[in-house]
Design a protein around this ligand. Structure first.
Ligand code: ZN
Length: 469
């Protein structure tokens, strides 16, 4: 497979065309595995293995889409005509790692990643682009792939785990196929896993907009069996033989849970048609994570039928990240600005803005009539109380009791008179200043069972529409 440069004009002209699925693709999946290597300043991609997998579960209508989500974009060009025939935005764990001290200090790391595309009928050029300082995509790597070459691995994986379609609403290509995997469940705990799957699918489909779109989803499960119960907790020196490699303290962050075992995850998932993955990890300890078009993780509370609303919150919040590319709308009152979202460009995430587009947010069509931009709210009182909460957390042994009282007061402030307003409320994307969120409160803002704000709901609907057409 030779590597060569693809000129930028191909990408621009290709976006104008709307290629037909059947002209270029068969109803199968091509899985492209590669390694993503580098430091804070450098990124290198290298092809690892290409696989032929089962039926294509994704879109057929929007193979070239204008969702404009993700910090990376995979583009597929017909090798003969150079026409853009498929694009797919995503985020990566590597991109988050690049912001860590380890990466900034010049340490190199490699992460294994996967992009799945519909199976091409003819040779293609596969290209990966990343957003530049102005948030435009710039190509970093491309390689030619002949789908009929003997270097495409065509073996059908067999896995020793039970596979089930727990919600069946029709053919995979016309539905969002959500795959729920268990991590840290032993063979004896599979009943518990099934109870957890029921619980969290009920939670998801009780929240808007998933509730009214439930018929657009299939839900699949694979009953992955781990050697040990639970997952790794490095800061507590707890190490488990859990099948999917999920671990607490990812990037040394207390409650951040992700896995680097991408190849194993994708090998197991390959037996099913899937669009989105959620990993339920079997521990009562609060934690989770979500990377856009990669996967989400969520802890499972204890026991399965107890009223643990925290995990209900985490499940839907993290799926908001991984499914629709939603940003965290929360911020710390102690952090004015951060490096995550440079203030000179509009972030691509649908639910935060830096007001860099003529002073208007990207959700200008959804703004409440005559709303002021930015929109006033009782930010200073909210910030003082949240700051106090932070101080108590560090110093007060009775913090957990006081926390619940303070959280109630914070929620009351967010349920103030302009609760229903869609505007631009300052504070979002981890920064207290310069970044704005659409509504006072949202599932992406506060740790509560509040619904998504109207802008987040619309962003989720748009992604559902992308998959089902
Ligand atoms: Zn929101």
């Amino acid at each position: 497979m030779k590597i060569y440069l693809v000129l930028p004009f191909i990408f621009i002209s290709g976006l104008l065309a709307r290629p037909a699925f059947d002209d270029y693709f068969e109803n199968k999946t091509l899985r492209i595995d590669y390694s993503h290597t580098g430091t804070a300043d450098a990124e290198i991609f290298s092809l690892e293995q290409v696989y032929e997998e089962g039926e294509w579960p994704g879109t057929r209508q929007h193979i070239v889409n204008d969702l404009n989500l993700g910090s990376y974009q995979a583009c597929v060009y017909d090798a003969d005509s150079r026409e853009l025939i498929f694009n797919y935005g995503f985020c990566s764990i590597f991109a988050e790692w690049k912001t860590t001290d380890e990466a900034i200090n010049g340490i190199h790391r490699t992460m294994h990643e996967t992009v799945r595309i519909p199976f091409p009928k003819k040779p293609i050029i596969f290209s990966l682009a990343k957003r530049d300082v102005n948030n435009d995509f710039a190509e970093l790597w491309s390689t030619e792939i002949d789908p009929h070459s003997r270097f495409v691995n065509r073996e059908k994986k067999k896995i020793p785990f039970k596979v089930e379609k727990v919600i069946d609403n029709g053919l995979p290509y016309a539905k969002v196929d959500l795959l729920i995997l268990g991590d840290g469940y032993t063979k004896k705990e599979l009943k518990k896993f099934r109870r957890h799957v029921r619980r969290y699918t009920d939670v998801l489909f009780a929240s808007a907009p998933f509730a009214e779109r439930k018929e657009d989803f299939n839900v699949w499960t694979i009953e992955v069996i781990s050697g040990d119960s639970g997952i790794d907790q490095p800061r507590k020196n707890i190490w488990k033989d859990n099948a999917l490699g999920s671990t607490f303290n990812f990037f040394d962050v207390e409650r951040y849970v992700l896995t680097l075992e991408n190849r194993r995850l994708r090998d197991i998932a390959s037996v099913l048609p899937y669009d989105a993955i959620i990993i339920l990890f079997n521990t009562p300890r609060y934690g989770g994570g979500g990377i856009y078009n990669c996967f989400a993780t969520c802890y499972t509370g204890q026991p399965a039928n107890s009223p643990d609303w925290w995990s209900d919150y985490v499940f839907v919040h993290e799926f908001g990240h991984s499914f629709a590319g939603l940003a965290d709308e929360y911020y710390s009152s102690d952090v004015a600005y951060n490096d995550m979202y440079p203030l000179h460009v509009e972030p691509w995430e649908p639910n935060i803005t830096t007001l860099q587009m003529d002073g208007q947010p990207k959700w200008h069509a959804s703004l409440t009539d005559d709303v002021d931009i930015p929109t006033d709210w009782n930010k200073s009182a909210y910030d003082s109380l949240s700051h106090l909460r932070g101080e108590l957390r560090e110093t007060d042994p009775d913090y957990e009791t006081k926390r619940d009282v303070i959280d109630g007061q914070l929620q009351a402030m967010l349920n103030a008179e302009n609760f229903d307003v869609v505007g631009c409320f300052e504070g979002g994307g981890y920064a207290s200043s310069g970044i704005y969120r659409p509504s006072l409160n949202c599932r992406m803002f506060s740790k509560s069972l509040v619904e998504f704000c109207p802008v987040c709901e619309e962003a989720i609907r748009r992604v559902i529409d992308y998959y089902i057409e």
